[in-house]
Write a protein that binds this ligand. Structure first.
Ligand code: NAD
Ligand code: ZN
Length: 350
């Protein structure tokens, strides 16, 4: 099989030939048809996350081992199965749930494998889908597409799933006004999902007008360009000068979190999702006085992914796939994402 692999931080991905694995026991070999290109693949390529103050969190300190094949948004066809697999058949079109856990920690015991203490996520801690084949440890991590477009379905494993979890957290606050920061792969899914499952008025914020235009088409009621010097004031006046009940930040860097906090009303909740990183000083007294909640959201669980597939099948959400690349073009795909040339999601069709 051929795989585009990260050999080390910031090294060009190398297309490498290796023997196609034979699935054993519960394993399933998936012939990859489409794999989403996520900004998290870029962090993996860059070797880690900006912690602020010149600090860098290395992915190798979190258990990543190079070389690694990235790609956690995998759609393909079941090509071969181990002896213990009976719930999928050769030829089935499937979406892979990549957020695999240890199976034993408190999170895994309540089916939140995405929040596992010792994660084994596909495309991060084990080889992923920038490859023509992907070996999945267990058929229980597969969900049948049953009619959903393969390219569109890829984004339901990460960008859609993460956005779904985050918007659900925002919805716990019954928002009248919901601010979504970042209209990239995750944020545009967030806008669509919020439009589908929330009654809130949606305000979308980005620094790219083309992305904001797409956000409007996807259901944003208002858009604000964060490059405007009076962006905070604009958002506040949209929110009746009281502020937003919920803010979901799909960027999560110092300028966006500052904006998020500045537009959050009393009793508001701020959900941090992006991994752009950095650090921030907080005015501590504001938190109790305004009784605000700051929380994180990380991907989602298998059942949420299946719910999302259902929403896509009904046409309630339509992931935006704007560019397609071959495996040999993996470097270009990542560069294009880095240079913000992608609207919604790009996929690689190996
Ligand atoms: P993307 O590159 O597709 O989109 C990022 C968007 O943010 C772009 O539209 C860009 O214009 C906008 N942006 C950047 N800086 C901004 C600023 N200062 N103000 C306003 N907008 C700004 O990325 P993506 O694939 O949507 O991923 C977004 C982030 O979420 C990445 O850091 C990714 O690693 C992370 N992520 C987190 C999870 C999770 O579970 N928490 C899951 C997947 C991805
Ligand atoms: Zn992702």
């Amino acid at each position: 099989m051929k795989s585009a692999r990260i050999t080390g931080p910031n090294e060009p991905l190398a297309v490498i030939d290796s023997e196609t694995p034979k699935p054993q026991g519960t394993q399933v070999l998936v012939k990859v048809q489409s794999v989403g290109v996520c900004h998290s693949d870029l962090h993996l390529w860059e070797g880690g996350y900006d912690m602020g103050d010149g600090q860098f969190m290395k992915v190798t300190d979190r258990g990543v081992k190079y070389p690694v094949t990235p790609g956690h948004e995998i759609v393909g066809t079941v090509d071969a199965v181990g002896n213990d697999v009976s719930d999928v058949s050769i030829g089935d079109k499937v979406l892979v749930f990549p957020w695999i856990g240890c199976g034993e920690c408190p999170a895994c015991k309540i089916q939140n494998e995405n929040l596992c203490d010792a994660p084994r996520s596909i495309g991060v801690f084990q080889d992923g889908g920038y490859s023509d084949y992907s070996l999945i440890p267990d058929s229980k991590y597969l969900a049948k597409l049953d009619g959903v477009d393969p390219d569109a379905a890829t984004s339901l494993a990460c960008s859609g799933l993460t956005a779904y979890t985050a918007i659900k957290k925002a919805n716990h606050n019954s928002p009248e006004f919901l601010v979504i920061i970042g209209a990239g792969g995750l944020g545009l899914m967030g806008v669509q999902i919020a439009h589908a499952i929330s009654t809130a008025k949606i305000v979308c914020v980005d620094l790219d007008d083309a992305k904001l235009e797409t956000a409007k088409e996807m259901g944003a009621d208002f858009v604000v360009n964060s490059k405007d010097s009076d962006a905070v004031q604009k958002i506040l006046s949209i929110c009746n000068d009281k502020g937003a009940d919920s803010v979901v930040d799909f960027v999560n860097a110092p300028p966006t979190v500052k904006t998020g906090l500045a537009v959050l009303r009393k009793r508001g909740n701020l959900i941090l999702v992006g991994l752009f990183g950095g650090s921030l000083e907080l005015s501590l007294v504001t938190i109790p006085l305004k009784s605000i909640t700051i929380q994180g959201a990380y991907t989602g669980n298998y059942d949420d992914m299946v719910e999302l597939l259902d929403l896509a099948r009904k046409g309630t959400i339509n992931p935006v796939i704007s560019k397609r690349y071959t495996l040999g073009e993996a470097n270009t795909a990542l560069d294009d994402l880095k240079e913000r040339k992608i609207i919604g999601r790009a996929v690689i069709n190996p």
